[in-house]
Ligand binder design. Structure first.
Ligand SMILES: Cc1ncc(C[n+]2csc(CCOP(=O)(O)OP(=O)(O)O)c2C)c(N)n1
Length: 730
């Protein structure tokens, strides 16, 4: 009574937030959560509204009172069997005992880093137990309970944390930064938000394949401030994907309290803006978590849609062990300590007679043995050994290219743009698991009309208009790939890829090296200038990606290669960034095979043989080189690189040895461009064959401007002429 009165007064004074388990849209499935944890309603959050100091003191006094007078977690057994109750207890106990052990090892200097989930375990455990074993869970750094509840052998987890070979990443990534297809868990990359969309991609695959499955992705409340959170939820809502987004609202980011992280009352309220349902639950109540997710998952398997679940909880230890918890008021700690998910549940089971001291001790004993046995194996395993060659060999998923030649000699005149379209259509015909995604690519056919007519032939499920969410769409592509699909993402203009940069360079590119799963995604990039389109529709940004191990970067210069390289990109299981120069789309025509064929990725091509100098170039550069060398009457050999990553060093070596004079030409800016890399390679390895310095001609080191006269200043053609003349002077 006193407790209720106190809270009512406080609420009136400060507008402090209370929560209860409830659906947030007030419409469908209201029955879902009725009866769930009706008494777990009055748990203060560590959110201090802007109130005066005396009120703040009042608030603190209240939370202090709350420590002693707040109701303990109230558990609702419902129809759960004794076996389920006990199993949940055992699964809750296990990560806690592992953590207790880890904290000891940490103090002994036998473990390097630890992100504690103590106090939050009921969320990981409850959710995992509520899902089917083949439903994917996308975890963060505090979700040990997911891994243990999927029964991963502890020695493997311990080896992972020690960077040993028997872990999940061959020592290549730390702690929980790994995925395992065997256990249907995909761990985070450090950037927190990107995995949310990947979960959406898996959910899309479930939907396309009518599998009746859901995926679940975790975020902290801090992570909800990232753009990736917004994009992932938006796309999931628009596409009605069966994915449950879980916010573990534990009061603090690294040290940042919630009131400095977001301003809305409840994070769950954001779902309204995305047009999805949401629920707020007590994350410390294992039965509430388990029941909520069991019911939600059952619903979503039948009727796919996304749901946002905000789990209120608290992180009882530092962000990672070294960072401590000095910034947390003691009374808040005390309050949440009283709400510990394990001890409360244990108490409940003891009171109801489901558990007794003997059973607890037996379970503890069993887990203790399991931990000690696992640790013994992990400590015994020697430190990982490898070699540069071995590591390099694992950057890309293994794949032996089969170059496909056209079945018949039939050819037709095709513009560059038609060749891209032709390749895309034949890729769709060959790979019925290929999904195309991009802005306006469906009925409208894309801004360049490359996918015109595709919806009629392949349907809207495989030719998907996307919201303007580049990052999420690349993430969705990765999720599709995890489920055995091939995915293509069309950037409307290559410039917009910056919005998806993280997904490409950190998620797609590093996935195979980190934990051995390939990312079968092609990103198409209409790039390049010359059309007075200004700094954001004209860039040549291939060097951003050529610098990233794990990606392949191709850049065709003619219709034949455009089609063949595109088809090769779809055959390759690795992520491929496919550049197509917009200036070539309608200016270049060639008779190319009607049939399906591929052009080898990683193989350059001699556009023109010559004996005076070698021009190494790609894309539009090939055409400038041809024109200018002809105009200047230079007997030039023109090497079209076609692939920028991996480079065809053999072809470079051959032409350098042949002519001894080399100039590299590209539209991309000079500083840090591909030309610098090739020049460095030649001077390091082929110095003896050179008769002159390796010269470069490239875009000016400035943003590419709009007005035609300015754009001409940017373009390298004039500088190429001067550099060529200089080279011929040697
Ligand atoms: C993009 C990005 N920015 C910053 C960080 C550094 N960082 C790691 S965890 C963290 C706090 C995350 O808070 P929250 O999302 O609430 O999750 P919690 O750790 O509380 O579970 C920060 C700032 C990061 N990993 N990634």
């Amino acid at each position: 009574m006193w407790c209720h009165m106190t809270y009512s007064i406080f609420r009136a004074l400060s507008g402090f937030l209370f929560y209860s388990t409830r659906l947030r849209d007030g419409s469908a499935s209201r029955a879902l959560l009725s009866g769930l944890c009706p008494e777990s309603k009055k748990i203060p959050q560590p959110k201090f509204p802007t109130i005066s100091l005396p009120l703040q003191r009042f608030f603190k006094a209240l939370t202090m009172n709350a420590t002693t007078i707040a109701p303990a977690i109230t558990f609702e057994r419902g129809d759960l069997t004794e076996a389920t109750l006990l199993s949940l207890y055992q699964r809750l106990l296990k990560p806690r005992m592992i953590e207790d052990k880890m904290l000891i090892l940490l103090r002994q200097g036998r473990v390097s880093k630890w992100f504690s989930g103590i106090g939050q375990e009921a969320i990981s455990v409850g959710i995992t137990c509520a899902l089917l074993p083949d439903e994917f869970i996308f975890t963060l750094h505090r979700n040990l309970g997911v891994f243990t509840s999927r029964d991963i052998p502890l020695e493997r987890l311990f080896c992972q944390w020690q960077g040993k070979a028997s872990g999940f990443t061959k020592g290549r990534d730390r702690s929980f930064h790994f995925g395992t297809m065997e256990y249907h868990i995909v761990g985070m990359i450090s950037h927190l938000g990107p995995q949310l969309a990947v979960a959406g991609g898996v959910a899309l695959a479930h939907k396309l394949q009518h599998e009746g499955r859901v995926s679940v992705a975790f975020t902290g409340e801090g992570g909800t401030s990232e753009g990736d959170f917004h994009e992932a939820l938006n796309v999931a809502a628009v596409w009605q994907l069966p994915v449950i987004f879980v916010i573990e609202n534990n009061g603090y980011g690294l040290s940042t309290p919630t009131q400095e992280q977001y301003r809305c009352e409840n994070l769950a309220d954001r779902a309204i803006g995305y047009g999805m349902r949401s629920v707020i639950i007590d994350g410390n109540n294992i039965l509430e978590v388990y029941r909520t997710f069991s019911q939600l998952a059952a619903e979503l398997r039948e009727n796919p849609e996304p749901v946002l679940v905000e789990c209120r909880t608290f992180r009882m230890r530092g962000h990672e062990e070294a960072s401590g918890t000095k910034y947390v008021p003691q009374e808040l700690m005390d309050f949440w300590a009283a709400k510990d998910p394990l001890s409360n549940y244990e108490q409940y089971l003891l009171q109801t007679g489901v558990l007794n001291d003997a059973k607890i001790e037996a379970m503890r004993q069993e887990i203790r043995h399991e931990i000690e046995a696992g640790l013994a194996v992990a400590f015994e395993e020697p430190a990982i050994q490898s070699s540069a060659a071995q590591e390099l060999a694992d950057v890309y998923a293994p794949y032996i290219q089969q170059v496909v030649t056209p079945a018949t000699p039939a050819k037709r005149e095709k513009r560059f743009i038609d060749a891209v379209s032709d390749g895309l259509r034949q890729a769709m015909e060959k790979h019925d698991n290929l999904v195309l995604m991009g802005q306006d690519i469906a009925e409208y056919g894309g801004v360049f009309k490359i996918t015109e007519g595709f919806v009629a032939q392949f349907g809207k499920e495989r030719v998907r208009n996307t919201p303007i969410c580049e990052s999420a769409i690349v993430g969705i592509g990765l999720g599709l790939s995890l489920k055995g699909h091939k995915a293509m993402v069309e950037m409307q203009f290559a410039d917009f890829v910056s919005c998806a940069f993280n997904q490409i360079v950190n998620n797609l590119a590093k996935l195979y090296y980190r934990w051995g799963e390939n990312a079968d995604v092609v990103v198409r990039m209409p790039a390049g200038g010359g059309m007075s389109a200004g700094p954001f529709h004209s860039q040549s940004n291939e060097a951003w990606f050529a610098h990233t191990p794990g990606l392949k970067v191709v850049y065709p210069a003619n219709p034949y290669d455009a089609k063949g390289l595109l088809l090769a990109s779809f055959e390759d299981p690795n992520p491929v960034i496919y550049f197509e120069h917009k200036g070539l789309y309608r200016s270049l025509t060639e008779a190319i095979p009607d049939d399906y064929y591929t052009v080898e990725i990683g193989k350059a091509r001699l556009e023109q043989e010559g004996n005076a100098v070698s021009v190494i170039t790609y894309g539009m550069g090939v055409h400038w080189a041809k024109k200018i060398t002809a105009e200047m009457g230079v007997d030039a050999e023109i090497l079209d690189l076609r692939t920028l990553l991996p480079l065809d060093y053999e072809a470079i070596i051959a032409t350098v040895k042949k002519n001894g004079k080399v100039i590299i030409l590209h539209e991309d800016t000079l500083y840090g461009g591909i030309g610098g890399e090739i020049a460095a390679y030649i001077s390091e390895n082929l110095f003896e064959y050179l008769d002159a310095p390796v010269l470069r001609a490239a875009g000016l080191d400035m943003p590419i401007p709009f007005a035609a006269p300015l754009e001409q200043l940017f373009m390298p053609a004039e500088r190429f002429k001067r550099q060529l003349a200089r080279l011929m002077g040697y």
